[in-house]
Design a binder for this molecule. Structure first.
Ligand SMILES: Cc1cc2nc3c(=O)[nH]c(=O)nc-3n(C[C@H](O)[C@H](O)[C@H](O)COP(=O)(O)OP(=O)(O)OC[C@H]3O[C@@H](n4cnc5c(N)ncnc54)[C@H](O)[C@@H]3O)c2cc1C
Length: 301
């Protein structure tokens, strides 16, 4: 039985990397996995938020109860296996596994996600992916209303895809198998990954949500948007990054509609010039206006 009280009309500006000042009507923040499970079984519907680094939060309204996972942050290392709760920060995991001479999470160092979101999206970079090291996950099965284990073969991992996106499983914790390696070599890989980013992508000082569109097969969304001449394009408070064309940055006053309109502008220009239909990588959370909904449908098809 759940007895956590929700916070009402909660401003999520510090809970999403776009720094959108979205207001959620009801927000829960369970402080341990059992509380999380109780909430999941009691609430009729809900949305889970990890680090909010791959989402556009509606600045119109968010009526569905939202569950924040940042307090679920336990890590256990046993030999070469690491078990993490879903609210563990990816960069922290990269750091502590490096300190334990374990290789496999170097790519997570520059990614500002939590591990629940990283598994959900099968996050990847620098030639490594979550699916490479994933062993199993403890998940809440929404339709059966119980906790079960999913093995790697159940996860349907692909580029930016996992079975979690079908909506029937909520990740509670996951176990990964890493490789023993030289601590200095792991740290060097991490440093290289971080410095590569600093040169090619905007930092979170200009709030953003990473890549906006998925890369079309055999091509790069960023290169197509850049070749369409759109770097620096501004709509409202949102801008296509001057540094990397597949990033949209919040200039300070962006609303969710500015970001969607800018995405739609890029989608149309790339489609006209290269006959390629870009697909959104970011996920929209909350209510959409009619105009936003029309755009969103296009960006999914
Ligand atoms: C600067 C920057 C750089 C980035 N670089 C990369 C990169 O190199 N590679 C890459 O792949 N991505 C990258 N991203 C995107 C983003 O970090 C990843 O998609 C990440 O995996 C999202 O994790 P999150 O915790 O922020 O998830 P959120 O954005 O909070 O949520 C994403 C989705 O996951 C769901 N979710 C979250 N937790 C759970 C859970 N416990 N159970 C079920 N569903 C859950 C949410 O409901 C939502 O639908 C970057 C983003 C930024 C801002």
């Amino acid at each position: 039985m759940n007895n956590i009280q929700p916070e009402l009309n909660f401003n999520l500006q510090n809970f999403n990397t776009f720094r959108l000042p979205a207001i959620a009507e009801r927000v829960y923040a369970p402080s341990n996995v059992q509380e999380f499970i109780n909430l999941l079984s009691d609430l009729e519907n809900y949305i889970i938020l990890g680090a909010g680094s791959n989402v556009i939060l509606s600045t119109t309204s968010i009526k569905t109860p939202l569950i924040l996972t940042h307090k679920l942050n336990k890590v256990e290392i046993a030999d070469k296996n690491v078990t993490v709760e879903c609210g563990v920060k990816s960069a922290y995991l990269s750091k502590i596994t490096a300190e334990n001479s374990l290789s496999g999470f170097e790519f997570l160092a520059p990614i500002p996600s939590f591990m629940g979101g990283a598994v959900y999206m099968n996050a990847s970079a620098h030639g490594q992916a979550v699916s490479d090291v994933f062993i199993k996950a403890c998940v809440y099965d929404v339709s059966a209303k119980k906790v079960i284990t999913l093995k790697k073969e159940d996860m349907q991992f692909a580029y930016r895809k996992s079975v979690l996106q079908k909506g029937n499983f909520i990740l509670l914790s996951a176990e990964f198998g890493l490789k023993q390696a030289d601590k200095n070599e792991i740290q060097e890989k991490i440093n290289n990954n971080i410095s590569k980013r600093q040169k090619t992508q905007p930092s979170l000082k200009t709030p953003n949500a990473g890549s906006i569109f998925k890369n079309p097969e055999g091509s790069s969304a960023g290169a197509l948007i850049e070749q369409a001449g759109l770097k620096g394009k501004i709509i409202g408070g949102a801008q296509i990054s001057e540094l990397h064309a597949n990033f949209i940055v919040n200039l300070g006053t962006a609303q969710s509609s500015d970001i969607l309109e800018l995405m739609f502008f890029a989608y149309n220009e790339v489609n006209k010039k290269f006959n390629v239909k870009l697909k959104s990588e970011v996920i929209f959370i909350g209510e959409k206006t009619e105009a936003e909904d029309r755009i969103w449908q296009k960006l999914q098809s």
